[in-house]
Structures are given as C-alpha cells and as structure tokens.
Design a protein. Structure first.
Length: 291
C-alpha cells in the first residue's frame, strides 16, 4: 500500500503548539507599553509618563503609576477594573481627581496620592471608594484645605496621612465620619492653634489612646505664644480666654463706668476751661496795675 507521510503524524503536535503560542501571546497582549505585568500587578512607575496608560488588563489588582509626570486622569478611567485593590499615584503632578473616578473600583483598599500638587481635598472626593483602608495625602505642600465632607463614605478607613502639607486647620466634621480610623499623621503642617482649633484638639486627645498618631511631630506655627508647641501639649487651660463671656450685669457695669468716665471728662474739661479763663484775667489785671 501507499505509505503515509510522516508529516501527518506531527499534525496534532503542531496544532497544540500553535494553540499554546496563541494563549501566550494573548496573555501578554494586555500589558501596556513601558509597563511590566506580573500576575495581577501592573508596574508603570518611573517611565516619565505624561498620561495614564489607555488600557490595562481587566484583572489588574495592583497598579503603580508612581514617579511619573501625570497631571490628570480621565473620568471613568477605573470603571472596568473591579479587581483593583492598590493604586499608587505618588510623585506625579496631580492637582485634582475627576468626579466618580472610583465608581468601578469598589475593592480599592490602598491609595497613595503623596508628593503631588493637591491644594484641596474636595467634597466626596473618595465617595465611591467605600472599601478604602489606607489613604496617603502626605507631602502635598500646597494642600491648604480639607472639605468637611472630603472623606464621606470611608467608614472602613483605618490609616490617614495628612502630614507635610500646608494645612493650618482642619474641620472636625471631616474626621468624625471615620469611625474605623486607627492611624492619623498630621506632622509637618503649619497649624494655627487659635480658638477654632480647640474642638479638633479635644477630639484628638480623646482618640490618642486608640489612634496611632505623630502628634508629637505636629506643632503649632501660630499664634506666637504657642509657636513650636506640640498640638497635644495644649490643654483646656490653654483655651480659657476663648470662653470669656460677658453677662448682662457686666455690660451694664461697663456702660456705667463709661458714663462716669465721660461725665468726669466733661467736668474736668469744664474746670480746666474756667481755670484757664481765670488765669488769663488775673494776668491781664496784673498787667493793668503795672501800667
């Protein structure tokens, strides 16, 4: 009979090899240019990127975009990445985040926004990131204000870093909505420890036993009499002047004293006028006698 060609026997092996190559090619196709992908980790750090990669593997769990030049993030950028648990955006040029950025990243637990250009932590900035456990906003030197509703929805947040910014005050409302908070860093800010600071310091003293803090590094910048003092060195006695209030009797007494002083001033001026007039007449009379 006719002998079969040996190539026919290799057919199944060639098909299997081609399939394996196709699978391997498909696995690497989703990794962005200039990035490294290992498992669910996508590392795009230190690549001098001016914008975020347009597409990521759908199963991305850990994304690092640190040490780049990214100034903005498109709205809805994270909408398709439901497995994302850690996002590192430190050392970029971000000044704001688009509304709804975290709407699809419900599992996000760690977010690093340190070393950026934020001047404001806006209201509801992290509202959809309800699973967030750690938030780092440190080393944003232009950060001047934290909106009272900035951290709304972050009931599970355990660690918050606001150190080394430009904060002179912070609304107590912004922190009271964080029942799970156990770590808070505030050092390196120019805190103004005036009367408005008392409610926050009272809250901080009440939580210091169960809330790890760098409160010894957090110092007052003003007013001058407490400049350089650690926040927690200020006691209730430090704010006694803030509670001085006047009663109706006090106001009446002040009014009475003012009235008496006014009458005394008028009487004094009147007497001085009479005395001056008498002295003038006496002087004139003496001159006439000499003549």
């Amino acid at each position: 009979g006719v002998r079969r060609r040996p190539a026919m026997l290799l057919g199944p092996w060639l098909v299997a090899a081609a399939a394996a190559a196709a699978v391997a090619a498909g696995a690497g196709a989703g990794c962005p240019v200039l990035c490294t992908c290992r498992g669910q980790a996508v590392d795009c750090s230190g690549q001098r990127l001016f914008s975020v990669p347009p597409e990521l593997p759908l199963d991305t769990g850990n994304l690092s975009l640190a040490h780049n030049r990214i100034a903005s993030i498109p709205p809805g950028y994270l909408a398709c990445y439901g497995q994302l648990r850690a996002l590192d955006l430190r050392n970029n040029s971000l000044a704001a985040l688009p509304a709804g950025l975290f709407s699809g990243a419900r599992r996000l637990a760690h977010l690093d926004l340190s070393y950026n250009n934020f001047s404001l932590v806006a209201a509801d900035m992290f509202l959809e990131a309800s699973g967030l456990l750690r938030l780092d906003l440190s080393h944003n030197p232009g950060l001047r204000r934290v909106h009272p509703q900035a951290f709304r929805g972050l009931a599970q947040l355990r660690e918050l870093d606001l150190s080394y910014g430009g904060l002179s005050a912070i609304s107590l409302d912004a922190l009271e909505g964080l029942p799970g908070l156990v770590g808070l860093r505030l050092g390196g800010n120019p805190w103004v420890c005036g009367c408005a600071m008392e409610p926050f310091l009272k809250w901080l003293r009440g939580r210091i036993q169960r809330c790890a803090s760098d409160s010894q590094l957090a110092e007052c910048r003003a007013p001058p009499e407490v400049a350089g003092a650690p926040l927690l060195s200020l006691t209730e006695e430090s704010f006694q002047a803030c509670h001085l209030t006047l009663t109706l009797d006090d106001y009446l007494f002040i009014a009475f004293v003012g009235f008496v002083v006014s009458i005394a001033s008028v009487a004094t001026n009147f007497l001085l006028g009479i005395t001056a007039n008498c002295c003038h007449r006496w002087s004139k009379a003496s001159e006439d006698e000499d003549v």
